[in-house]
Design a protein around this ligand. Structure first.
Ligand code: UDP
Length: 359
């Protein structure tokens, strides 16, 4: 079977790493990877292909830097040309970026079956570009692979039910287990940054609703300044630009570092005493490594984490926002496997055979 995979952004490289490895193990599966170019910096893209051993993309489209509409349009045009040339059995898309939607739209018009990994997530906030991308992709897809049971419920509410909707578990959990073990053996990031385990917070901020709203961004950094511990912040390029535009002064307790490779990121996650983030992936990774998490958003797609008490929302414009930074967060006691058993990638590959006619 021949699968075209479309990736373009950091979280997609991490998800694709586990599935690509599982595909390669099959022997009869050819993967042709398209990198749209949505994230293109060395530390937002190349490092993941190298350290996660992802096959080099067969096609690099170089689309990035434009508006959502410009990027999506240019990606559709370029992906369509690749699909016509490659004639795959299916197109595999991940998550909720412009690359996801572009891949799905290009495939749908050519009647190529679409497989969506991380289907069914909803924030119910249509102001998020990710919500539009994931919803439209789900409604175009022929096989919807959810990371959890919540995804199945969300899709059912939109009338999407049937044997083509499968909870395979979360490929990010597979990645956390596989590369988490490697981080312990190889990462030197704690020594490099002179950090003692559990003596720092780890923060990430990149979501458009936070970076592009000057008040939210200022309040987030005011909040982080209240941490009793050093805060390590691998700074996303968009956030770096907006901080400069807004003239926001960096609090003294925040240690800014360049975006990190996944292995070093996992190491920092494992040993943080608290993770503060607006990232979807990092919220879950906090749980995978059993670290409490404060989420800088008004809502989250990952409701299980809130229910289990490992994650708490800190909405940047809320009255009690700053007090969230002044409390002790101890590891929770609730335990469960809402994201599967770490074998999701294998199930994705088995499911691919359903749509490629080789089941
Ligand atoms: N990540 C990383 N280096 C960093 C920051 C994040 O490797 O400096 C990883 C993180 O561990 C997670 C993924 O990138 O696996 C999350 O990506 P991001 O926060 O950009 O996107 P989201 O998950 O919100 O879609």
């Amino acid at each position: 079977m021949k699968i075209v995979t479309v990736v373009g952004a950091r979280p997609q490289f991490i998800k694709a790493a586990t599935v690509s490895r599982a595909m390669a193990e099959q022997g009869d599966c050819v993967e042709v990877m398209i990198h749209t170019g949505q994230h293109f910096d060395a530390n937002m893209s190349d490092v993941f292909f190298q350290e996660l051993e992802i096959p080099k993309p067969a096609y690099s489209l170089g689309v990035g830097g434009g508006s959502h509409g410009q990027n999506t349009g240019r990606m559709i045009e370029a992906i369509e040309a690749v699909l016509i040339k490659e004639c795959p059995d299916a197109v595999l898309v991940y998550g909720d970026t412009d690359s996801t939607l572009a891949g799905a739209l290009a495939a749908a018009k050519l009647h190529v079956p679409i497989v969506h990994v991380e289907a069914g997530l909803r924030s119910f906030n249509r102001a998020m570009p990710e919500e539009i991308n994931r919803k439209l992709t789900d409604h175009l897809s022929d096989l919807l692979l959810t990371p959890n049971q919540q995804g199945i419920q969300n899709l059912a509410q939109e009338g999407i039910t049937g044997s083509h909707v499968i909870n395979v578990g979360d490929v990010m959990f597979d990645a956390a287990l596989y590369f988490g073990a490697r981080a312990d053996e190889t990462s030197k990031i704690l020594q490099t940054l002179s950090l003692a385990p559990k003596a720092y917070w780890l923060a990430t901020v990149h979501r458009q609703e936070n970076t592009d709203d000057p008040l939210r961004l200022q309040r987030i950094f005011d909040g982080l300044s209240r941490s009793p511990l050093k805060v390590v912040l691998p700074l996303h390029p968009r956030t770096r630009n907006r901080l400069a535009d807004q003239g926001i002064v960096m609090p003294a307790n925040i240690l800014i570092v360049e975006p990190l490779g996944y292995i070093d990121m996992v190491m920092l996650e494992k040993h943080a005493s608290l993770i503060v983030t607006d990232s979807g992936g990092v919220q879950k990774e906090a749980y995978f490594h059993r670290v409490p998490c404060l989420t800088l958003r008004d809502e989250t797609e990952w409701l299980e984490l809130i229910d289990m008490g490992w994650n708490r929302l800190a909405s940047p414009l809320s009255d009690d926002f700053f007090s969230a930074f002044e409390q002790d967060y101890l590891p929770g006691t609730a335990d469960g496997e809402p994201y599967g058993d770490g074998q999701a990638a294998g199930r994705v590959v088995q499911s691919l055979r359903l749509v490629s006619g080789q089941g």
